[in-house]
Ligand binder design. Structure first.
Ligand SMILES: Cc1ncc(COP(=O)(O)O)c(C=O)c1O
Length: 434
């Protein structure tokens, strides 16, 4: 693997070689739960984490999944990636690798509803505190810090209204004021548009369900570690990295794996992934690899189509407001212009005149767009967040996230832009009702 490869080469080749046993050029699907140990000695070494080369059990690692992991680590500019069964489990594990009951997280408000449910409800049930702040209010990030704070969390491009996090500024507060890692969900941007590790993030998570696999066929997630956070500076704050873990030898993860820059990723794989268990299926990893190979091509078409749709919406009399990262007039537009020179992605939201009822008529009338709860498919998608993806939030929480009753979220696919615009116009006509 060459470190010099450009993005388009790396998305096709990084992390894969022809299969040494068969010569298979495409990465095979290793559909096996387990791998035979060479000896009792090697089996014991594998459990002690003395042998990290071989495979033991697909809940921890698998050769098909490993190709996807290496490729995504390379595309994000990270050291190690660990794949999971879903984006939700990637977010959960990225945090559970750091947190214990009594700890606290500061999170951006303009964020995917499922992440809000996970941290605001499930983590609350196990004694993990949360403060939600407007992504662009850096004083609020600073003021939310408590002695128990152990992580900052934001989305690079927020779902659904496209609020862009000023990654450098938030990373500085995380590192200098809170002394904690900054985790960034980069699902909506993809590493083709933005690489958060280059802007101060320590860890990146993705729902690979979306653009990375790209065809609406996979549920998956990944955690990518940049190995930038120093868990050795204040050991008493990070007991999980300094106390030995039962069955894994007499040293903590930091002492043992920080020289290879693998303390966070190794602990994630060998404790929280192993013990909570949300491992990806090798078949899904195969589909993810297929998707990765065309990521930049698809993203270029997604972005071009999204920009055409944005222009159409801006001129439409039934549109009250368009939400797209790079549009002027938001607190984050300057940040978006700086961080997203290749474009603002493909999630376009808008407030429809006529509110909730008009929104319902709109989603019922589309034909080419599919009305469903996903984004990042080659097909164009539409949903009404207030009654679906964000219905678990209170109206106040939704408003804080920028989600009004008439907000409609589009995920723009790679079809012909003219056909997408024609379908939207049909739905606008239906939304007028009567
Ligand atoms: C930004 C973002 N992060 C995480 C997730 C969760 O991913 P998954 O549905 O793969 O569990 C989603 C799903 O919509 C998302 O949009």
């Amino acid at each position: 693997m060459s470190d010099d490869w450009g993005f388009d080469t790396a998305q096709v080749h990084a992390g894969a070689t022809p299969d040494p046993g068969t010569g298979a050029r495409a990465t095979p699907i290793f559909a096996t739960s387990s791998f035979v140990y060479e000896s009792a000695e090697q089996a014991a070494a594998s459990f002690l984490l003395d042998d990290l080369e071989g495979y033991g059990y697909t809940r921890m690692s698998n050769p098909t999944t490993a190709v996807a992991e290496r490729r995504i680590a390379r595309l994000e500019g990270g050291v190690v990636a660990v794949a999971t069964a879903s984006g939700q489990s990637a977010t959960a594990l990225s945090l559970l690798n750091l947190l214990r009951s009594g700890d606290h997280v500061v999170m951006a408000g303009q964020i995917y509803g499922g992440t809000s449910n996970l941290l605001g409800q499930r983590f609350a049930e196990i004694g993990i505190g949360l403060t939600v702040v407007p992504v662009d209010d850096h004083d609020a990030w600073r003021a939310a810090i408590r002695p128990t704070t152990r992580a900052f969390f934001a989305e690079s491009i927020g779902n659904p209204i496209g609020a862009v996090a000023d990654l450098e500024a938030i990373a500085r507060i995380a590192h200098e004021d809170a002394r904690v890692p900054f985790i960034v969900d980069n699902t909506l941007a993809t590493p083709y548009l933005l690489r958060p590790l280059e802007h101060g993030a320590d860890v990146v998570v993705h729902s690979t369900t979306k653009f990375l696999s790209g065809h609406g066929t996979v549920i998956g997630g990944v955690v990518v570690d940049g190995a930038t956070f120093d868990f050795g500076a204040e050991p008493e704050r990070w007991p999980g990295f300094h106390k030995p873990d039962a069955g894994h030898g007499s040293e903590g993860y930091w002492a043992r794996f920080s020289p290879q820059r693998q303390a966070y990723s190794r602990r994630l794989r060998s404790t929280v992934l192993r013990d909570y268990g949300p491992a990806p299926s090798p078949f899904n990893s195969f589909l993810l690899i297929q998707g990765l190979e065309t990521l930049s091509l698809r993203m270029r078409q997604h972005v071009a189509n999204a920009e055409a749709v944005v222009q159409h919406l801006l001129a439409h009399p039934q549109v009250e407001r368009v939400h797209f990262p790079t549009l002027p007039g938001t607190p984050w537009s300057a940040t978006a212009q700086r961080l997203l020179p290749r474009g603002g992605g493909a999630i376009v939201s808008f407030d429809i005149a006529g509110g909730l009822d008009a929104g319902r008529r709109f989603v019922d009338a589309v034909r080419l767009f599919s009305h469903l709860a996903n984004v990042g498919d080659v097909r164009s998608l539409v949903i009404h967040p207030a009654s679906t993806t964000n219905s678990g939030q209170s109206p106040e929480q939704r408003l804080a996230a920028g989600i009004g009753p008439g907000l409609i979220r589009l995920s723009i696919g790679i079809e012909d832009a003219a056909d997408l615009v024609a379908d939207l116009d049909r739905a606008f006509a239906a939304a007028l009702g009567g």
